[in-house]
Design a protein around this ligand. Structure first.
Ligand SMILES: NC(=O)c1ccc[n+]([C@@H]2O[C@H](COP(=O)([O-])OP(=O)(O)OC[C@H]3O[C@@H](n4cnc5c(N)ncnc54)[C@H](O)[C@@H]3O)[C@@H](O)[C@H]2O)c1
Length: 244
């Protein structure tokens, strides 16, 4: 129950899906959490250990604002969970510059910029942790996912380099690779039974993932149990990627 006692965490994309489940689980495990999501999103939580902050992570001022809010509300920072993300679906030949740029900005550039702003505080923490949500699509692909796969592969490169550069300060950086999870992002697709069933069948556990399945892995990476784990990718995909 207290695996994150006394820890201070930022979770982005915390209004929905994996981010919401993680913010709630981190708080239930003793953390104080700054839950960040786009203006207008639902940032109300039952726990009074979760503070909502409306911010578009792609805005120029977002990294400074988010980190300043963490310092003011939480009195510091131990865990940065970069989880906000968007998906697009368009064949490469039909992907516009705007669509490409938006996906890179949310999924990759904002992760870099928020992490850069958080680094001094993570270094000051006795147990600094960076967790970046990538995707099984960082290593695999599917039709229509050029922009998304490129952004998530970029997250892996960024994560490995952060692990290398921050290790001497005791800060770990790892990437989480969800498989097919029932969230806001997949709601429309998985509302179609044939699509939901097809993805459930691809998992060797024969089911879709739930946000809590992934939040539990984020909790592990955030906790002392993962203190000697860095620069790694950890898939929470029900075995989706086992078969070639
Ligand atoms: N659902 C899946 O099957 C799946 C699989 C692999 C990876 N992922 C990744 O998991 C992460 C979480 O997504 P989810 O599946 O929980 O989807 P979700 O849509 O439920 O949650 C994503 C959240 O990110 C927020 N967000 C998007 N753009 C933002 C911005 N510019 N500023 C602030 N917040 C922003 C959204 O408002 C939303 O609340 C994403 O990085 C996604 O790419 C999801």
């Amino acid at each position: 129950m207290n695996r994150l006692a006394g820890r201070r965490a930022i979770v982005t994309g915390a209004a929905s899906g994996i981010g919401r489940a993680s913010a709630e689980l981190f708080a239930a495990e003793g953390a104080e959490v700054l839950a960040v999501d786009r203006p207008g999103s639902n940032l109300s939580f039952q726990s009074n250990h979760i503070f909502g902050l409306e911010a578009d992570v792609t805005e120029a001022a977002a990294p400074g604002d988010v980190v300043a809010a963490a310092v003011a509300r939480l009195r510091g920072l131990d865990i940065l969970f970069n989880n906000a993300g968007v998906a697009t679906s368009a064949l490469a030949a039909q992907t516009s510059d705007e669509a490409w740029d938006h996906v890179q900005e949310v999924n990759l550039r904002a992760v870099f910029r928020l992490t850069r702003a958080a680094i001094p505080h993570l270094i000051a923490s006795p147990a600094g942790r960076i967790i970046n949500t990538a995707s099984v699509m960082a290593e695999g692909t599917d039709y229509g996912l050029a922009a998304y796969c490129a952004s998530k592969a970029g997250v892996l490169g960024l994560t490995r380099t952060l692990a290398l550069e921050l290790g001497r300060h005791g800060v770990t950086a790892n990437a989480l690779l969800p498989g097919a999870i029932r969230t806001g992002m997949t709601q429309e697709s998985f509302a179609q039974p044939e699509i939901a069933e097809a993805w459930a069948r691809k998992s060797v556990l024969r089911r879709l993932g739930e946000p809590l399945d992934v939040a539990k892995v984020a909790l592990f990476l955030a906790s002392d149990d993962a203190g000697f784990v860095t620069g790694q990718t950890l898939a929470a995909d029900g075995g989706l990627t086992l078969r070639i």
